[in-house]
Design a protein around this ligand. Sequence first.
Ligand code: CDP
Length: 238
Amino acid sequence: MNAHLVIAIDGPAGAGKSVFGAALARALQSLCIDSGIVYRAVTWIALAHGLDPEDDATLSPVASSMNLQIVPPTVQDGRQFTILIDSQDVTWGLRTPEIDRTVSRPSALPGVRRAVTEQLRHLARDTRVVMVGRDIGTVVLPDADVKFYVTANPETRARRRADELQARGQEADVADILRSIIERDTRDSGRATAPLRPAHDAVHLETDNLTIDAEVAFALDVVQRSLRSTTTLETKDV
Ligand code: CDP
């Protein structure tokens, strides 16, 4: 098996990257790193401390020194893991509409991106990894063995986000979410540093009408082919 198999998954908001990435990582027995969590954490700290979400000089030190931990679930409320900032449980706090509305502003700052990219590369060193984000195949891990660019139409994405919020007992207006998603995509794709775009060698995956199992089966096939050589891919049922 390929010990350092590196998979990059990018795509716009709510395209289903995180669930797909987690399932693929399980099948490949890889570590899954969702880079959006790190940008959300910087944003959470900025909002919690009243910091300007567009002030790179203030936020890049926050990005390089924040105490962010991702641990096994501490509460059985549908979460896949627990996220802590300075020991405070922010698992759902990182997923509020306010964070959704704000996150693409700190994410556009070059110093913040440099700090986060460095940490992500460090985490991915010497390990089998599936990393999910916006610029993983283009900037963070340009030498990834396989790159996926995951999309779905904006209505599907807004509906999925609304379902997620409702599952947690929160109100969700699909029209508002759709507006927020489109705004975020526009900012993420329009920024000067590491904009959202498919890597030239990414395999495109449209998830509107696919189950997670079908996505993982497709991805495993792509990974297997791309390894070409005599390497055998060991996988696990998900
Ligand atoms: O889950 P969803 O697709 O809505 O978002 P996410 O992956 O948690 O990412 C939240 C935000 O972080 C994005 O809208 C980007 O502004 C930023 N981000 C980024 O700039 N680069 C990454 N590699 C990952 C996330």
